[in-house]
Design a protein around this ligand. Structure first.
Ligand SMILES: Cc1cc2nc3c(=O)[nH]c(=O)nc-3n(C[C@H](O)[C@H](O)[C@H](O)COP(=O)(O)OP(=O)(O)OC[C@H]3O[C@@H](n4cnc5c(N)ncnc54)[C@H](O)[C@@H]3O)c2cc1C
Ligand SMILES: *[C@@H]1O[C@H](CO)[C@@H](O)[C@H](O)[C@H]1NC(C)=O
Length: 466
């Protein structure tokens, strides 16, 4: 960029060089946060705490994102129709957390039980308790005043100035166009269904649905249901439906062809290998040859990352459900630190992870924490992709950081000068995950590790500084 060589620019250049060798001055930025779920709320708190000026855009009329349950479902039950009105949340009525509340909560604002009327004090509470916890968090840190409700971001892209243009539309149809220094994307990734490919499905006469639109078991009364998937929500939903359905047949990739059979402890549930095909006569055929005549196929097959508002001219893409290139799942090297993502990793404990990422982003934007050079970040991402390839891991698992989530959190915490993850949290997570696998029906109500709870409470009293 040609610069007129006036006295003041020369001075500015010298000053910048001097500063570069010392510490750059702290800066307050104008930051747009997209979404007011757990990720957007903690991002807003951390950004403001760091001195930034924050606006949170929220398409809905309240905070909480996923945790705002609605009985509403989308017009297209498998979510393919691009013109359908989107319902954000995928919660079903019976949902209880699959993590102990102590493990799940933010580090700076523990998810402690509240022995108050109207609150759910169970260790694995129902979904409403999580929403109330997020509402408590919102009022404790006075975040609502930063949120523009019923404002959907329809465009976020680079403006000519090098800053970010954010266009939003209010529910009343008013378009607002603004310029920000930085954009933090917190739009969640459990809304856009991923559907299993089933040979012959177009001629199959039954009904199909994705778990995104599952709310209650009643519509499945006396039906024969084939449910695809075996992740946490698939396990829950199959048990939910089995209370009223005639038969529930679970098709799971992880099951070998020769290990079919009735699920122990259930009269009307069977485990199968993956679906091979669906036939015109209503049968669903599994690999290995078994077949059932089914009324419904329920896809509990996960979700796709989706950023319909983001315009980066191809700098960031979603390929095979991998958002990239991203340095540590947060910053696109080319646009860092002015664009960032909070909450992309999965098979993790999301709240504390989002908290760490948000602290890091806030500190980098203010110049308190340094990012490596663009070249170093590009190299790091390349090395990450190569390691996936070397281990034969498809790109769609790039953000599944479950096995290394604690190291990941600790690495970020270290960048931020924040203490590493508490040991009890890791232990309790491990114990709960093991219990969930062994006894999915009872792990939420049968536990007895009082020592761990005590320790958790002790740690809470040390960290609960608001
Ligand atoms: C069925 C299910 C069960 C789960 N169970 C657990 C559990 O037990 N424990 C746990 O810790 N986690 C659980 N999770 C994970 C859960 O997603 C996270 O806890 C957390 O809600 C993620 O928060 P988020 O802010 O990233 O996304 P979300 O909560 O999805 O929030 C995103 C927000 O962005 C808004 N938004 C999106 N696009 C726009 C736009 N263009 N403009 C403006 N606003 C926009 C949405 O309206 C929404 O409010 C579960 C998820 C699902 C789907
Ligand atoms: C896991 O199950 C064991 C055995 O029933 C129980 O003692 C323990 O408390 C459970 N742990 C958690 C975290 O739920």
């Amino acid at each position: 960029m040609p610069v007129a060589c006036s006295r003041s620019t020369v001075f500015a250049t010298i000053q910048r060089q001097v500063m570069a060798t010392t510490i750059p001055p702290l800066r307050s930025r104008r930051v747009a946060v997209i979404g007011a779920g757990a990720a957007g709320l903690v991002a807003a708190r951390e950004l403001r705490r760091e001195g930034h000026r924050v606006v949170v855009f929220e398409r809905g009329d309240q905070v909480g994102g996923t945790w705002v349950y609605t009985s509403e479902v989308e017009s297209d039950p498998i979510g393919i129709d691009p013109n359908r009105a989107v319902v954000h949340s995928s919660l079903y009525q019976s949902l209880r957390t699959n993590l102990p509340r102590e493990v799940m909560g933010f580090r700076d604002y523990p998810f402690v039980r509240r022995e108050v009327k109207g609150r759910d004090s169970r260790r694995f509470p129902g979904h409403k308790e999580v929403l109330m916890y997020l509402q408590d968090f919102t009022s404790a840190f006075e975040i609502a005043e930063l949120v523009r409700f019923e404002s959907e971001v329809v465009f976020a892209g680079l403006a000519e100035s090098g800053k970010w243009r954010v266009r939003s539309i209010t529910k009343g149809g008013v378009t607002v166009d603004e310029i920000y220094d930085a954009v933090v994307v917190c739009n969640g990734h459990y809304t856009q269904p991923h559907i299993a490919d089933i040979p012959g499905i177009t001629a199959w006469p039954g009904k199909q649905m994705h778990g995104h639109n599952y709310r209650t078991p009643d519509p499945f009364r006396d039906q024969v249901v084939v449910l695809i998937g075996n992740a946490a929500s698939a396990v829950d939903i199959s048990r939910d439906i089995a209370t009223v359905a005639k038969e529930v047949h679970i098709a799971a990739r992880s099951v070998e062809d020769n290990k079919l059979g009735k699920l122990p402890g259930h009269d009307n549930m069977w485990l199968h290998s993956m679906i091979d095909s669906a036939l015109e006569d209503g049968r669903v055929v599994f690999r290995g040859g078994n077949a059932v005549c089914a009324d419904v196929i329920l896809h509990c097959t996960g979700y796709k990352y989706n950023f319909p508002f983001l315009q980066t001219d191809g700098t960031i893409t979603v390929e095979d459900n991998c958002v990239g290139p991203l340095y540590k799942h947060v910053f696109p090297p080319e646009l860092a630190p002015w664009l960032s993502f909070v909450g992309l990793p999965w098979k993790v404990v999301p709240f504390p992870l989002c908290e760490h990422q948000s602290k890091w982003i806030a500190g980098i934007l203010s110049n308190r924490i340094a990012l490596p050079s663009k070249e170093e970040m590009v190299e790091d991402v390349k090395a990450f992709y190569s390691s996936l390839e070397a281990f034969g891991i498809p790109k769609r698992y790039a953000h599944n950081i479950g096995p290394v989530q604690w190291d990941y959190n600790d690495w970020i915490a270290d960048q931020c000068g924040f203490p590493v993850i508490e040991e009890w949290r890791k232990e309790m997570y491990k114990a709960a995950s093991k219990n969930r696998t062994i006894r999915p029906e009872s792990y939420r109500d049968e536990w007895e590790d009082h020592e761990l709870i005590l320790q958790a409470q002790e740690d809470f009293s040390n960290t609960a500084s608001i």
